[in-house]
Design a binder for this molecule. Structure first.
Ligand code: 5AD
Ligand code: SF4
Length: 440
């Protein structure tokens, strides 16, 4: 039997996308995907360092792989992604079963490194940040999971340096792909039958600013509007500091841009936002939000929140609770602040204790869950076009699709309905996380 690979992805959509390119490289070497880790000849962990618990999951997995390797010494083990960039040689020093460590700029090297490892060259570490590589991203063949939905990275890195965030250290300075390169990839995807693309960047609203020639996210949207065959364009993540009113206008004018915006606010208190180096105030955020909703009344807005940032008082925490009630997000991803070594916030005084963090997290979730539920209930009795994604994981007889606003509607499997179809769905029951209904 041929050689098999098994890749495990941690973290964000950018990593999901990178994994498809990693798998594409392995496919070019003749590997096929293994049905389970135990069957693999090569295991790659595409890692995340955004929070401590993401890193701990990876260390746990490496322990598991170590036992596999004791039984099968020929097994190749690679660590890629953000932890590779962050920890470099230290990973191999600590866990010599690792054969190679490749940072996010080195997917291009994978074929060479694997070939050499098979010939006996182990313990290769490559983590040089090389922005040039972003230019030839489209040369990396991607083994895409879906034939309908595709990730399209539009940039790499971030220049914002939020004081809690490790991303600028592990993904480097912002480097954008050109509009021509991106539209070329999207045209190719359309020709292959893809229906929906998701533009990926740590901060899509600063897309193109590194060219200093007037290119921005609005220009990219207008260029993508021209690509025939693609029905929906999604994008993530937005930044309230760099999102301009003109960009909102470009989205509102686009027939393709989905009515969903993931707009992380992080906190409801101005002093916290200042210490986080977010570069906006709550007043500005609310003004932007109301402009977004005025231009796109049906838009679904989701957010991220960090609780327990250093110096967060009870009053400041209450400001976030108030913000949630006021802003009425459709959903919020709430995270406990996790100190990241090397970031300014990790060195701040007044770190908050775990008990307080957990209690505050729960309070945020309680308030937001109520709002999410009310929002989804308000959709009951209405009809929404959905792009059909296929059967749910739990139950083959129940299928699901997503609205333009990225809400998931579950419906009974229906004769003559195929993955990738756009159908009208009637919402019968709104729950906190999903909607249930039927096709009409
Ligand atoms: N601790 C907790 N949450 C964090 N995030 C980023 N860095 C940290 C950290 N050190 C959250 C932010 C960001 C999301 C992707 O992860 O809310 O928007
Ligand atoms: Fe992190 Fe801020 Fe960049 Fe987002 S914009 S990835 S929070 S540094």
């Amino acid at each position: 039997m041929g050689k098999q690979y098994y890749t495990i992805t941690y973290g964000c959509q950018m990593n999901e996308s990178d994994t498809e390119r990693i798998n594409g490289q392995l496919a070019e070497l003749g590997y096929t995907e293994a049905p389970a880790m135990e069957a693999a000849d090569i295991v790659i962990l595409n890692t995340c360092s955004i929070r401590q618990n993401a890193e701990e999951k990876v260390y746990g997995k490496i322990g598991e792989i170590k036992r596999m390797k004791e039984k099968n010494p020929d097994l190749l083990v690679g660590i890629m992604g953000c932890m590779a960039q962050e920890n470099k040689e230290k990973l191999i020093a600590r866990m010599p079963i690792i054969d190679f460590v490749l940072g996010p700029y080195h997917i291009h090297d994978l074929k060479e490194v694997v070939t050499e490892a098979l010939a006996g060259r182990r313990h290769v570490v490559r983590t040089r940040m090389n922005p040039e590589r972003v230019k030839d991203y489209s040369e990396l063949h991607a083994a895409r999971k879906s034939h309908i939905f595709a990730w399209v990275p539009i940039m790499q890195g971030c220049n914002k340096f939020c004081t809690y965030c490790i991303v600028p250290y592990v993904r480097g300075r912002q480097t954008s792909r050109t509009v021509e390169d991106i539209t070329g990839e999207v045209r190719q995807l359309a020709a292959e039958g893809y229906k929906e693309i998701t533009l990926l960047g740590q901060n899509v609203n600063s897309y193109g600013l590194d060219f200093r020639d007037g290119t921005d996210f609005g220009a990219l949207i207008r260029a993508l509007d021209e690509v025939e065959g693609i029905e929906r364009v999604r994008y993530m993540t937005s930044h309230p500091r760099d999102m301009t009113f003109a960009m909102v206008d470009a989205m509102a004018a686009s027939p393709k841009v989905a009515r969903h915006m993931h707009l992380p606010v992080q906190h409801g208190d101005n002093e916290m936002l200042r210490r986080m180096n977010r570069g906006y105030t709550i007043e500005h955020f609310m003004e932007l939000l109301s402009y977004v909703r005025q231009k796109m009344p049906d838009i679904v807005v989701t957010t991220d929140l960090i609780t327990g940032f250093p110096g967060e008082t009870e009053e400041m925490h209450k400001a976030t609770l108030r913000l949630l009630r006021e802003a009425q997000f459709d959903s919020a991803y709430t995270f406990i602040y996790s100190p990241r070594q090397g970031t300014p916030a990790a060195r701040m005084e007044d770190q908050i204790g775990d008990d307080v963090k957990h209690r505050r997290l729960q309070e945020l979730m309680d308030v937001e869950n109520e709002i999410s539920l009310a929002k989804n209930r308000a959709m009951e009795g209405k009809v929404y076009p959905i792009l059909v994604e296929g059967p749910t994981k739990q139950d083959e007889s129940r299928w699901y699709g997503r609205t333009s606003g990225n809400k998931m509607i579950i419906f009974p499997k229906t004769e003559g309905v195929f993955v990738g179809d756009v159908r009208d769905a009637l919402v019968e029951q709104g729950q906190t996380w999903v909607l249930k209904g039927r096709l009409v």
